[in-house]
Structure formats: structure tokens, C-alpha cells
Design a protein around this ligand. Structure first.
Ligand code: KIV
Length: 266
């Protein structure tokens, strides 16, 4: 009973997010587990994205191309237990929206697992309008598309790509998407897209003019010293902090100072 009430509140918030364009900046972060969702819920971010980036930061692959529906649903279920009333977007993995019927079936599985909306990578306006008609809110995603691109680089610098992205953004909006993620494009193109569409744009490597920003939480926290693209700002260095704690535990176990008196049962 409680969870269905929470879910109704979140679904309501998804609808409200669209109206926040030009009102306030949106904060979206990726999340893959219960405890992090609980932190986001305490802080109060606007949207939680259970991104297929988990294939890279959680599973250790070099791409998102091997992530499956089952893996995504597992993480959505965990996140939904900690998210409180923060709306959750589930990221449709590669092959899960091969046609619109498959997309609807999988989107409904996301909703059953606890997502309030889904994100779909690429230019698929027909699929988006089909999902929206069937009651599933959709977040679009254009620019760099990790599921299909060969390498991670800025897109939209060539005139033909610039024009294509503007067209895609408008058609995805017209198909009924409630927000649009734009990834790795020049800042001024991010501005043009943001001014062109009436739904909030959420940028990742798309500059400061977007209506909101999203980062992969592991990048923001500095979990991997070997991964530092230009668009990421590190707000912490958890790699070092965690390493220090593990080192201290190791030392105390080896020298017998852990457990201490207060850590043992009488
Ligand atoms: O999978 C993901 O985390 C994403 C974000 C980078 C937008 O799609």
C-alpha cells in the first residue's frame, strides 16, 4: 500500500517536471543501489536515473552494450526501495526497444520494478509516442549515444550533425517526451536545442545553458582515478578516502588492534 502511494506521488512529479522549464534548473544523477538512493532522497535531487552506465561503473565493462533488461530491473528494484518520492527513470538497455511492441513490454517491466518513466537512447519518435500513448512517460536522449557509437567523443560539430540534432530534438519533443538528455555536444548547440524545445533539456557534457545537468554518480564522487573526461567535475575523491579506510582496517586486523573492546560481545 505504502509503495503504491509513493509510486503515485513520483508519477505525479514526473508530469510536473515538464513544467519546470525556465523555472528552475533540474538535478539528475545516476543511481544503482538502495543506499545511494536513500542519500539522494535525503538531499532531494529532482530525478534519479538508473542508467545503463552501470555496465561500465558497476560491472567493469568498457561499454554499455552488454547490459540486459534483467540487470536493469534488478537495480531499479533496489533503487526504488531507497528513493522515497524522488522520481526514477529506468534506462532502456540496448535491444530492449527494437520495435515499439518490444519497447512497450519492456517499459512496463521497468514500471513494475519501480520506475516512474523510462529513457530511450536515440531518434525513435514513433516508439516514444507509442509508449506515451500507453501511459509510460519517456525521457529522450540525443547526441553521443553510448549504446551505438563506436567511441566517446563530442558530436554535433559538423553542420549536418548540428542540423540533424536540432531536428531530432524537436521531433522527440513532439512525440511526447517529458525531458531530453543531450550528451557530449558543443555548448552553443546545447543552448540552441534548449531554446528550440519546450521540454527541459538535461545535459551531460552539453554546457551550461541546458535546463538541467546529469552526471554519473561514481564520476562526481571520484571513484575511478583513471576516468576523468572534461565535462566531469569531481566533488570528492572517494577513491582515496575508501582506500585509506581499507588500509586502516587492514593494518589493524594485521596488528591485532581491531576488534577493540567496544566491538566485541560480552
Ligand atoms: O546510462 C547513463 O548513465 C546515461 C547518462 C550518462 C545520461 O545515459
Amino acid at each position: 500500500m505504502v509503495s503504491s502511494n509513493i509510486s503515485a506521488t513520483r508519477a505525479h512529479k514526473i508530469n510536473d517536471i515538464q513544467n519546470l522549464k525556465n523555472m528552475k534548473k533540474l538535478v539528475m544523477l545516476t543511481c544503482y543501489d538502495y543506499q545511494m538512493a536513500k542519500i539522494f532522497s535525503t538531499v532531494g535531487v529532482d530525478i534519479i536515473l538508473v542508467g545503463d552506465s552501470l555496465g561500465m561503473v558497476f560491472q567493469g565493462d568498457s561499454t554499455t552494450k552488454n547490459v540486459t533488461m534483467e540487470q536493469m530491473l534488478y537495480h531499479v528494484e533496489a533503487v526504488s526501495k531507497g528513493a522515497g518520492n524522488i522520481p526514477i527513470v529506468g534506462d532502456m538497455p540496448i535491444h530492449s526497444y527494437a520495435d515499439k511492441e518490444i519497447a512497450l513490454e519492456n517499459a512496463q517491466r521497468f514500471v513494475e520494478a519501480g520506475a516512474d518513466a523510462i529513457k530511450l537512447e536515440g531518434y525513435f519518435p514513433e516508439t516514444i509516442s507509442y509508449l506515451v500513448e500507453h501511459g509510460v512517460p519517456v525521457q529522450g536522449h540525443i547526441g553521443l549515444l553510448p549504446q551505438t557509437y563506436e567511441s566517446f567523443k563530442v558530436v554535433g560539430r559538423k553542420p549536418e550533425d548540428h542540423d540533424r540534432l536540432l531536428k531530432e530534438a524537436k521531433e522527440i519533443e513532439q512525440a511526447g517526451a517529458f525531458t531530453l538528455v543531450i550528451e557530449s555536444i558543443p555548448e552553443l548547440l546545447g543552448k540552441e536545442i534548449t531554446e528550440l524545445v519546450n521540454i527541459p533539456t538535461i545535459g551531460i557534457g552539453a554546457g551550461k545553458f541546458c535546463d538541467g545537468q546529469v552526471l554519473v554518480i561514481n564520476d562526481l564522487l571520484g571513484m575511478d582515478p583513471d576516468f576523468h573526461p572534461k565535462f566531469v567535475k569531481r566533488y570528492a575523491n572517494l577513491f582515496d578516502i575508501i582506500s585509506e579506510s581499507v588500509r586502516a582496517f587492514k593494518k589493524e586486523v594485521k596488528n591485532g588492534t581491531y576488534p577493540e573492546k567496544e566491538n566485541v560481545y560480552e
